[in-house]
Write a protein that binds this ligand. Structure first.
Ligand SMILES: [Mg+2]
Length: 274
């Protein structure tokens, strides 16, 4: 079988949009493990937010955090290659400045606007403006590569800040509730580097499959050989260009499972000698 590398978003893709359930995808995750197909989590979530989730998923492969900011390689994964720094027992390849660098760069700018950054909030203050449970709020504050801002200034002021942030090598992303200051990265940024690490392990050709449901998945979907847009119960599918783009009929993890199964069936049929 041709070697396959799977990149997957979490919320609304592998995880149900409302319940975060991934039950419908479990048999296919097990099939990927049996076939030795790495599945890379590619999410806007943070390292801290992924810790228990990866345990529940039984995930032992590399994972990409905070919208392409960094790739973490679990112990023993993709040996050799360049020397990488370690963080809590995992090797990390960073593609964006770390948060303390980011905060140093934006502190002089933020003084000119009406806004509050996560770095200025404690758990209780974040709970008050989000309604998050204490444990979730505590985890949300543990970010490594981005600074969410509670914006209270005008739209014009936000455009002004956006230009100033870009001038210092950073970018500004509008989320639902917060404006995020982050590096100039997206979910596709780490893919060539990670692909090269897998290419080092074997000479067999490598094909990539990416699955996502949202606007912040578009770069990842367009960077993959095959793209699957997972249908969402809450928003229209994003526009994705590419040679092989499909949209699932089923929502969330059920759509995910059927789409990955179909690709595996096809690759196995194409290589009957394996
Ligand atoms: Mg999503």
């Amino acid at each position: 079988m041709q070697r396959l590398l799977v990149y997957t978003d979490l919320d609304g893709t592998l995880l149900d949009h409302h319940s975060y359930d991934f039950g419908p995808a479990l048999p296919v995750l097990e099939r990927l493990e049996r076939l030795g197909v790495p599945w890379i989590i590619n999410t806007s979530k943070t390292f801290a937010e992924l810790r228990s989730l990866r345990q529940r998923l039984g995930h032992g492969h590399p994972f990409i955090v905070e919208n392409g900011a960094a790739v973490y390689l679990p112990a023993g994964c993709l040996p050799g290659g360049e020397e990488l720094p370690e963080e809590q027992g995992l090797r990390v390849r960073r593609f964006a400045p770390e948060r303390r660098t980011l905060l140093e760069r934006i502190a002089p700018l933020l003084a000119d606007y009406e806004c509050t950054g996560f770095s200025q909030m404690n758990v209780a203050e974040l709970q008050a403006c989000t309604g998050l449970a204490a444990e979730d709020a505590r985890r949300a504050l543990q970010r490594n590569y981005s600074e969410p801002l509670l914006w209270r200034d005008s739209e014009l002021a936000l455009e002004h800040l956006s230009a100033r942030v870009a001038a210092c090598g950073l970018s500004l992303l509008r989320g639902g509730r917060f404006v995020h200051v982050m590096g100039q990265v997206d979910k596709a940024t780490p893919m060539p580097w990670l692909g090269a690490q897998y290419a080092r392990q074997s000479t067999a050709p490598l094909q990539t499959l990416a699955l996502g449901d949202g606007q912040n998945d578009v770069a990842m979907l367009e960077a993959a050989d095959r793209a699957v847009i997972v249908r969402s119960p809450t928003h229209a599918p994003p526009a994705v260009r590419g040679r092989s783009v499909t949209l699932t009929d089923a929502l969330g993890p059920a759509g995910w499972a059927r789409a990955v199964s179909a690709v595996l069936d096809q690759l196995i049929t194409e290589a009957p000698d394996d």
